[in-house]
Design a protein around this ligand. Structure first.
Ligand code: ADP
Ligand code: 5GP
Length: 187
């Protein structure tokens, strides 16, 4: 078999509620060869989320044990919970020549880009902050307190958008997904 070489690592970030998960799902329907890195988190599962495919849900103690064992490629604290990327599956897939998507926040992106400068970074933005708030509320998964904290965090994250290789507006899911697929083809 022909050697595929190393796979490409794509980092996709966006303020919570922008529609990143929705857009990534659409991309993966087209690019069935892409591997999605399942993160670990201490946040409780939302309705419809499954352990092992949405996230690896775990306790704070378990997460901190993985930090100690250096099992994470990167990790960050986000609105009161830990989120982290298990290192081994990412490196294994890249070595096999498979392309990978990491759905991580701006703090995690900085860590990965430092360790792996060849990573391609895409920041998805909402059409406006008002629309972001509408989407966060429409999703109906967070308490009022968490929604306000996520909106506050969104402002900090949006200020970092120019540090990414590409910025894509999620106005329409299909259009945004198409734009990111084109970026991947170009890369
Ligand atoms: P994220 O992963 O960025 O936190 P989600 O994918 O959970 O966001 O989307 C947040 C909410 O916004 C969901 O209810 C989703 O259906 C909706 N949504 C996503 N993309 C769009 C869009 N382009 N237009 C309108 N609503 C959208
Ligand atoms: P949510 O709770 O809405 O699923 O995710 C909250 C934020 O955590 C989002 O910005 C998401 O991209 C980010 N996130 C998810 N997994 C990881 C991860 O493994 N590492 C980091 N740093 N952020 C993550």
């Amino acid at each position: 078999m022909k050697d595929k070489g190393c796979g490409k690592l794509y980092i996709i970030s966006a303020p919570s509620g922008t529609g990143k998960s929705t857009v990534i799902k659409r991309i993966m329907e087209t690019r069935k060869d892409l591997y999605f890195s399942v993160s670990a988190t201490t946040r409780p599962p939302r309705i419809g989320e499954t352990n092992g495919s949405s996230y690896l849900f775990m306790s704070h103690e378990e997460f901190e044990e993985h930090i100690r064992k250096q099992d994470f490629l990167e990790y960050a604290e986000y609105v009161g919970n830990y989120y982290g990327t298990p290192r081994k599956p990412v490196l294994d897939q890249l070595c096999r020549g498979n392309d990978i998507i990491l759905d991580i926040d701006v703090v995690g992106c900085r860590q990965v880009k430092k360790a792996m400068p060849e990573a391609i970074t895409v920041f998805i933005i909402p059409p406006s902050l008002d629309e972001l708030e509408i989407r966060l509320r429409m999703r109906n998964t967070d308490t009022e307190d968490k929604i306000l904290k996520r909106l506050e965090r969104a402002k900090m994250e949006l200020a970092e958008k120019d540090t990414y290789d590409y910025v894509v507006v999620n106005d329409k899911v299909n259009r945004a997904a198409e734009e990111i697929i084109k970026i991947m083809e170009h890369e």
